[in-house]
Design a protein around this ligand. Structure first.
Ligand SMILES: [Zn+2]
Ligand SMILES: [Zn+2]
Ligand SMILES: [Zn+2]
Length: 113
């Protein structure tokens, strides 16, 4: 006389709350880009702001709403040329991206939350 209750229905009741990502209401910062020329070869390992070798540190650089708006956001933050289709994210060294500095525009230094 074995009685087994199958409670598989409970598994379906596990909430999906942990999967949900809170949406940012307003994005005021833009992705800073570097052109294919400035990210070519070992140059991609240099900080987009100070040009120093950044090693394994890769903190994504930002642009403020002024410098990243519209077509301006498609300009290389290193040389200013249009990045076209061969761009990569501008990355900062541990110094330029330290603490709250990573929240600043890589071009003008203004806060770009
Ligand atoms: Zn730097
Ligand atoms: Zn460039
Ligand atoms: Zn700016």
């Amino acid at each position: 006389m074995i009685r087994r209750r199958k409670l598989l229905g409970l598994i379906a009741a596990v909430p999906f709350a942990s999967v949900l990502i809170p949406r940012v209401a307003r994005a005021e910062h833009y992705i800073a880009k570097v052109c294919g020329n400035c990210s070519f070869g070992s140059k991609k390992d240099n900080c987009a702001r100070c040009g120093k070798w950044r090693g394994s540190t890769a903190i994504p650089a930002r642009l403020c709403s002024e410098h990243g708006f519209g077509s301006k956001g498609d300009n290389c933050v290193v040389c200013g040329n249009w990045v076209g289709s061969s761009w990569s994210r501008a990355l900062l060294c541990s110094d330029c991206g330290f603490g709250s500095k990573r929240d600043n525009c890589v071009l003008c230094g203004k806060w770009a939350p």
